[in-house]
Design a protein around this ligand. Sequence first.
Ligand code: NAD
Length: 481
Amino acid sequence: MLVLLNYLNGRLAPPLAGRYLDNIDPATGRVYGQIPDSGPEDIAAAVAAAEAALPAWAARPAEERGRLLEKIADLIDQNLEALALAECRDNGKPLALARSMDIPRAASNFRFFGTAAPHFATEAHVQPGLALNYTVRHPVGVVGCISPWNLPLYLFTWKIAPALAVGCCVVAKPSEVTPATAFLLSALCIEAGLPPGVLNIVHGTGPGCGQALVEHPAVKAISFTGGTATGRHLAATAAPLFKKLSLELGGKNPNIVFADCDLAAAVATSIRSSFANQGQICLCGSRLFIERPIYEAFKVEFLRQLKDQTIGDPLLPETKQGALVSEAHLHKVLAYIELAHKEGGTLLAGGHRATVPGRCAEGFFLEPTVFENLPPDCRTNQEEIFGPVVTLTPFDTEAEALAMANATDYGLSATVWTRDLARAHRLAPALHCGVVWVNTWLHRDLRTPFGGMKNSGVGREGGLEALRFFTEAQNICISLI
Ligand code: NAD
């Protein structure tokens, strides 16, 4: 039985109250480990350690902070297999995906912000003969980073790395559903020589310890990725305390396919953007709008390629679709499938729990599911399902596609498939979302601003945006007279 520990003041430590939660392998349905069920007392200890470490870490030259982050990146690379296996077991995702996407990206996050640290320059505004203004960017202080279960180490490090790069000290809480790689990261930080207290990782539930982190008066900023309802609750807690807040929330992303597209590329990538990570990526396109002249052709090819989405043991190389993250989440997604039937949808594929024989017989698997004939304003097309369930809807004009794409409370990302350059440039800025992909999906450049509009979030991560978020800008004005 794998028993995880918190990472507190440079050491691995059990939760102060000695309580633990079960950790379940979603591919087998069986408990395989114990997770600290930390409370406010663990958060208080972690914040105290971070406060003590802050002056020295903030004063350290950016190059040195950067080198330490790069060392952590190297250690992640060296431990790729162990980390990928832990991610696969915790989350149910195919091992091949964890190995090719999640873990390499976690290393990239540390490397990207480690190399960015010394290049993070500041501005000067000169008023010739009058005054010189220059901006000093101070690390904001002790910050809280809270992450979800779908891309566990990938998103956890995406927050921690920029905070550490600018000289903040961090108390981080990974999802209690997928804590294993954050635990393994603790050991790598110790091995890299990260000074005690600079990064503290506290495991536990949202209400049990996440809430205490958000409420703690010494925590000056919260970077959160998770569901919109949780984000709303967090904002209500943190806003009256005047904390800086970055919120990366849910999505209901449109995937708009025009008749002039490269159909083969559009279908192949749409399979990925619909079902990668079992549809549990905030950027998955769950509403597919297809121009009527190619609607049937797209549908036939999409359903044909869907048959290659082998559901199976996440450890096997041929598996394209692993288990959903938990039994509760499986039932939530199944309830949406029932709703789609009630709303009059026509089931084209999937729709049922899948059985995988052998060691995975009790796992939380679901067939990739496709509906059509659902109105754009029905709940199935409005609410985030966060599973392998998509809808196909035909459209006749660009204006109609745009209106349907924008008609949700969410605004995270969109994908457009067209060979018409003018259309791409016209449509992309009119889409109410933070990220638009044209003829591609999930292409990421870590320098670009990342985040959502409307109920998909507040603020942007990535590149300079993240570095600025974790700093407090101060203007100093020197008279030249
Ligand atoms: P969630 O909101 O349930 O949990 C996210 C994190 O918040 C977890 O660590 C949880 O323990 C913590 N938490 C819960 N209640 C809290 C509280 N009161 N105080 C402090 N922390 C609390 O989300 P989830 O189910 O883990 O993740 C799925 C959601 O995340 C989806 O909605 C998905 O779209 C979203 N997501 C968004 C992005 C993005 O970049 N916009 C990326 C990935 C996932």
